[in-house]
Write a new protein. Structure first.
Lengths: 282, 282
DNA sequence: CCTTCAATGTGAGATTTTGCACAATGACCG
DNA sequence: CGGTCATTGTGCAAAATCTCACATTGAAGG
């Protein structure tokens, strides 16, 4: 009988593409992944990967085996969720995934409230551009700005927030509307709703800074470099920024909460969901 | 992340019921099973088994987790089958399961023919009362006397064979029909078709030997103890036995061949299936 | 063409895991 | 009621596995 942990390593390698990435994902040394995959090849009698010095690639047989093994990984995650779901009471670890600035600006400041209500819950808050996978248990609860479409999730719309143009009061006073300079996202965000909305406002005017990082936009706008399209929860609370009204239809983005169905009834998870809903209400 | 091999040990324990049985099934020491299950309990934070000194029983949580983990085991078997199915050519190991006397009397004598036709195939022939599970890959190909009903199997009727009464020529000559002594199965086989058939013949006459083992019946009949209901392939080829005709409708049993769908197209398996079909024809 | 860098390969020491042997438990059976 | 037997618990030595460190490879960018 083949060692299931060998299969685990192989599946991770198949997904991650390199020994090193798989090793990072599994929290082991890359040599371990290499040896376990070799052991699986030994026990199946099949050559599963082509080892090249810069990257590994699956052989045709390896692809076929990986395909069949995917349900096994899904089952493993289901076991993990079942284990968490059977934990009674309001103790436990709950991982929240949210857009980075949302995590730091909206959620983090209110965590102290959750902490006082439910002292047994330990929160892990990850703000990442890359959407954490709930199916793979990279997070227990996720806040998203698009409606999640993954299977097996319970999804709920928590609310919405608006965007406006913001600049420093001094800058807005001294600058004529047609001469406004703009701060926008870089190419990686070109298709995001706020960037599209902003482009419609800019027209022929100048974009003086493009950055991926919202905090940088805030800092630049605050310093008087130009105006930026910022969420109200950021701009309105900043004394160094003032809204600049525009004719265009205001932009509003919905906030969605997603949780795996298997975890929805876990007390600690429910408490966190409730907390997040309250965060949005304020 | 929990070690998948721990899950493997736990699932096996859940199915086998005792640490020792699980250890035998996995081919490891019982202490290893105990330790790996303990590790799983540690990593999930749940108490999964009640350890008692005579047997272990799953806790409610353990049952729930085991339930969820079953698909994982099925997926693991699917991987194993996929690995075997990917093997090209006519080399490889093929395990055949068959009724014990069928294996020794019909199949084994002809294996040399298979061997000469396909030298690359290594056969493992297990004759067990307990039906080997094809889904669990305890065997690749099975011969059964009842139509298999498990899901996922490819089933084909290979043929049938008849039963008659046999005794030693000397015994049959000197014994009047109403005085015949009979050799039959013991209580464990009381409901088998051949035992039921035999009972209808015996009537009020005497049963002088009951045994589970067909070879023992043959030896006893050959020695002149009485008559036994034997398959033709056993009785007709034995110079020390002679048929004793009866008025009752002759008994015939069908022989079924079963193979998992995933393995049906494997060249080595196909060759074995063909060989078994030929065995039945003669 | 050269530098850089992340990836893979390889050996040795350290850690972990395993098997073994023996003890203890408690159910079954006469 | 006592013997028997399969099962589980435990400590220790052996074996297997993992990590670490370093060497090597080859693609990407200047």
């Amino acid at each position: 009988m083949t060692d299931w942990e060998d299969l685990h390593h192989f599946i991770t390698l198949a997904r991650e593409g390199t020994l090193s990435a798989a090793a990072r994902s599994l929290g082991v040394d890359h040599a371990t992944v290499a040896r376990r995959v070799a052991a699986l090849e030994e026990s199946t009698g099949l050559k599963l990967v082509d080892r090249r010095s810069r990257a590994t690639s699956l052989t045709a047989d390896g692809k076929r085996i990986a395909e069949v093994a995917i349900p096994m990984e899904e089952a493993a995650f289901a076991v993990g969720r079942a284990a968490q779901a059977t934990k009674p009471g309001l103790d436990g670890d709950v991982t929240i995934s949210a857009p980075p600035n949302f995590a730091s600006s909206v959620i983090a400041p209110q965590l102290v409230r959750l902490r006082s209500q439910h002292p047994g819950i330990r929160i892990k808050l990850i703000g990442e551009k890359r959407r954490a996978s709930l199916g793979r248990r990279e997070a227990d609860v996720a806040l998203r700005l698009m409606r999640p479409v993954e299977a097996g999730l319970f999804v709920r719309k928590l609310g919405s927030f608006g965007f406006s143009l913001y600049g420093s009061p001094a800058y807005l006073e001294k600058t004529a509307p047609h001469a406004l300079a703009f701060i926008g996202y870089d190419a990686s965000m070109a298709t995001s709703p706020q960037e599209v909305w902003l482009r419609g406002i800019i027209g022929e005017r100048e974009v003086v800074l493009r950055t991926n990082d919202l905090e940088t936009q805030v800092a630049a706008a605050r310093s008087g470099l130009g105006v930026a399209a910022l969420p109200h929860y950021l701009g309105d609370s900043d004394p160094g920024l003032k809204r600049f009204a525009v004719a265009q239809k205001p932009l509003s983005r919905d906030v969605w909460l997603a949780v795996h169905r298997d975890l929805r009834q876990v007390p600690a998870v429910r408490a966190v969901m409730e907390f997040l809903a309250n965060c949005l209400r304020s």
